[in-house]
Design a protein around this ligand. Structure first.
Ligand SMILES: NC(=O)c1ccc[n+]([C@@H]2O[C@H](COP(=O)([O-])OP(=O)(O)OC[C@H]3O[C@@H](n4cnc5c(N)ncnc54)[C@H](OP(=O)(O)O)[C@@H]3O)[C@@H](O)[C@H]2O)c1
Length: 270
């Protein structure tokens, strides 16, 4: 019975991964969400399955709630875990389009950077630390951290993407979190990789309007997209289903050669 824990997977890419993994009744899938009451998509999915999805409430910014989530997961799996997928990210749409010069006050800039650091950097550290004792008893010792080209220096340089600063800076740091854990845990047989899910249309489960859908954000998003498409002509939005298939195929095959790397989606490879 392979076991998977998906951290912060109430909607979007994480929800789709839960959907695909739980379609196999042999898989045990633990999902952490911030607020069970509000996480309607994952609850509906849970009801449509035969008991192999277990939802636990936890906020990645709080190590103690993550430790409690891991303790709950251990009760379900008997103390072990095969795969950890860290998916949670702070992606407040207003901030996704802001550059360093777009914040109304220095305080607002600082506050967003710090809030993003708490979720996107400390969140990954908290999740991995909490679930590590279970993973040590698992069979595959695989940790996948959802990264992004938006946090990749080469991609940002080439596309001149000056926006999305709080997200990009903290996701870049999250890539380093994965690489540090990869170095730490290599001798214990672990593989830790950051991977981009691609440019995914998650509008179907979004809680606020997507950037570019409001009059104010439209020209900014058009400028960002122009930069991306001129640097990466193959860039294209993919469905959550396609993204999920790619990610799980990579998860299956990943091994020591990929340990500590950040893997771009095919459309964004130079
Ligand atoms: N979509 C893309 O095109 C794209 C591209 C590159 C990389 N990514 C990466 O893929 C991952 C998923 O992205 P997505 O597009 O699916 O995002 P999304 O639809 O905005 O979902 C983000 C998820 O993170 C959870 N989350 C946020 N803060 C949290 C916290 N403090 N504790 C626990 N969970 C928290 C959210 O929970 P709530 O429902 O409670 O808010 C939600 O389930 C992210 O790591 C993102 O950086 C996405």
């Amino acid at each position: 019975m392979p076991s998977f824990a998906l951290i912060g997977a109430a909607r979007g890419v994480g929800l789709e991964l839960v959907r695909q993994l739980s379609a196999n009744a042999d898989n045990t899938v633990i999902v952490t969400v911030r607020n069970i009451e509000k996480s309607t998509h994952i609850r509906e999915l849970q009801q449509s399955r035969n008991g192999n999805i277990h939802i636990v409430e936890a906020d990645v910014i709080d190590q103690h709630t993550m430790d409690r989530a891991a303790a709950e997961a251990a009760k379900v799996t008997g103390g072990s875990l095969d795969v950890l997928i860290h998916n949670a990210a702070r992606m407040e749409k207003e901030n996704m389009i802001k550059g360093f010069l777009d914040y109304e006050t220095p305080e607002k800039l600082d506050a967003e950077l710090i809030a993003s650091f708490n979720v996107n950097v400390l969140g990954a550290i908290h999740a991995i630390n909490a679930f590590l004792p279970l993973l040590r008893k698992g069979t595959t010792k695989k940790i996948l951290v959802m990264g992004t080209e938006g946090g990749d220096i080469g991609m940002v340089r080439k596309s001149r993407m000056s926006n999305s600063v709080a997200y990009g800076v903290t996701k870049a740091a999250e890539h380093m979190v994965a690489t540090k854990f990869a170095a730490e845990l290599e001798s214990d047989g672990f593989t830790v990789v950051s991977i981009s899910p691609g440019f995914v249309d998650v509008s179907g489960t979004a809680v606020e309007p997507m950037p570019g859908t409001t009059e104010e954000s439209k020209p900014i998003v058009e400028k960002i997209m122009k930069g991306i498409f001129s640097a990466y002509p193959k860039a294209a939005m993919i469905s959550p289903e396609e993204s999920g298939r790619r990610l799980l195929s990579f998860l299956e095959s990943m091994g020591p050669a990929e340990n500590g790397t950040f893997v771009r989606s095919p459309e964004f490879r130079d």
